[in-house]
Design a protein around this ligand. Structure first.
Ligand code: HEC
Length: 135
């Protein structure tokens, strides 16, 4: 870490391209230690469960239950107050739709009020695989 920072610092004078290269190397080095695949259940607990349950018995949180979400119609949980865009949605959640949603909900439905974005494809797919496994 310390060396990486030093190198990044010393290359600042070398122009945009070399600075970019150093950043690339730094992120490659930082991802090296994580050799195990991401754990979808643990990710769900830390990144989704504050706002979502996965059953229909617990009281709803800020977001609707995600019970059987893969294959479920979007925006149709009875009694949940969706934003108008999601309430009007006319599609079924599949892996591709969920992946797009978790990347950027507002890019899919502009008035969506889910305050979450996940840029890492491996994190998104681990969470989606976990949800699919609950079906
Ligand atoms: C800060 C709270 C919050 C977090 C964190 C959050 N969500 Fe949401 N989620 C919401 C809200 C609120 C909605 C309803 C959005 C609307 O009506 O526009 C929603 C809606 C959804 C929907 C659509 C449900 C339906 O009935 O169509 C899915 C799917 C979803 N979230 C998945 C996830 C997953 C998976 C995670 C974790 C990776 C997550 N959410 C994290 C608040 C959150």
């Amino acid at each position: 870490m310390y060396m990486t920072k030093l190198r990044a610092f010393s290359s600042i004078g070398l122009g945009f391209c070399s600075a970019l290269l150093v950043v690339d190397t730094a992120s490659a080095q930082m991802t090296l230690p994580s050799t195990k695949p991401p754990d979808g259940a643990a990710l769900f607990r830390t990144q989704c469960a504050t706002c979502h349950t996965t059953n229909t018995t617990d009281p709803p949180r800020q977001g609707p239950t995600l019970a059987r979400i893969v294959g479920r119609k979007a925006g149709k949980i009875e009694g949940f107050k969706y934003t108008p865009g999601l309430a009007r949605a006319d599609f079924t959640w599949d892996e591709a739709k969920l992946d797009a949603w978790l990347t950027n909900p507002q890019a899919m439905i502009s008035d969506a009020n889910m305050a979450y974005r996940q840029a890492k494809p491996e994190t998104r797919s681990a969470i989606i695989a976990y949800l699919k496994g609950l079906n």
